[in-house]
Design a protein around this ligand. Structure first.
Ligand SMILES: Cc1cc2nc3c(=O)[nH]c(=O)nc-3n(C[C@H](O)[C@H](O)[C@H](O)COP(=O)(O)O)c2cc1C
Length: 217
């Protein structure tokens, strides 16, 4: 087993590594790393650990404060995405963590001129059907990849809320423009903008249960 090096590109992408790493973590066991990320950091920063309370309180935010998001929180948001179920566990998605201001500004244009896309943390969830090694036609693999990417983004969005952050899910964008900005062949599924909200708002109401649930006998 080779020595663990926190700066090893084989473990962490260039430009991003978790805030804290344990010397005895083996990169050969990815779940061990994830487990550590989920446990790491100042737990008192975690606002809510009750899943239903987190869901109940979540409200989209389009106005973010300038307060930077702590790396340990970004770690957990990314780690949360990695816990989402995926088709065949092939993890048919990738996350682009956009840090550069120039790229964020370009994303505003790619997202139909939505000015808040330059949020403190911008994560773009892309589909990667080529990862899904299941014996189904390509259109099925594409369907799996979009579900994988969407579910992962949803997990990240809830994690952000649990950590006292707020977010806005962006679905209105020009796919090709985003792919050009990211310089990737992977098609984006959603853009998740995260930060501290300028103002905390109440959740929006939802429809009546009778209009939501269709009982089938
Ligand atoms: C698939 C999808 C696409 C969305 N696209 C956008 C978008 O492009 N721009 C935006 O400001 N909000 C977007 N939203 C956020 C919704 O407007 C928001 O979630 C909705 O109004 C419900 O509010 P809530 O999240 O506070 O409950 C999108 C949400 C989803 C799930």
């Amino acid at each position: 087993m080779r020595d663990f090096n926190p700066n090893d590109d084989a473990v962490f992408p260039e430009g991003y590594s978790p805030q804290e790493t344990l010397d005895d973590i083996s990169p050969e066991i990815p779940n061990q790393l994830l487990d550590f990320i989920l446990r790491s950091g100042p737990t008192e920063e975690v606002i809510d650990t009750d899943l239903f309370a987190v869901m109940k309180k979540r409200r989209s935010t389009r106005k973010f404060s300038d307060k930077p998001v702590e790396t340990v929180k970004i770690d957990k948001i990314i780690a949360a995405a990695d816990t989402a179920p995926t088709a065949g566990n092939f993890q048919g998605f990738e996350i682009f963590y956009v840090k550069g201001l120039e790229k964020k500004n370009a994303l505003i244009d790619a997202c139909n001129h939505q000015s808040y896309v330059d949020a403190p943390v911008v994560l773009i969830f892309c589909k990667n059907p080529s990862r899904v090694k299941l014996n189904f036609p390509p259109y099925i693999l594409r369907k799996f990849a979009i579900q994988d990417a969407t579910l992962a983004a949803g997990y990240s969005q809830l994690a952000a809320q649990a950590l006292g952050l707020s977010s806005i899910w962006i679905g209105m964008f020009d796919e090709q423009k985003i792919m050009d900005i990211l310089q990737t062949d992977l098609v984006p599924s959603s853009v998740l903008c995260i930060g501290y909200p300028k103002q905390t708002k109440f959740p929006k109401p939802r429809r009546n249960l009778k209009d939501l649930v269709n009982v089938v006998w």
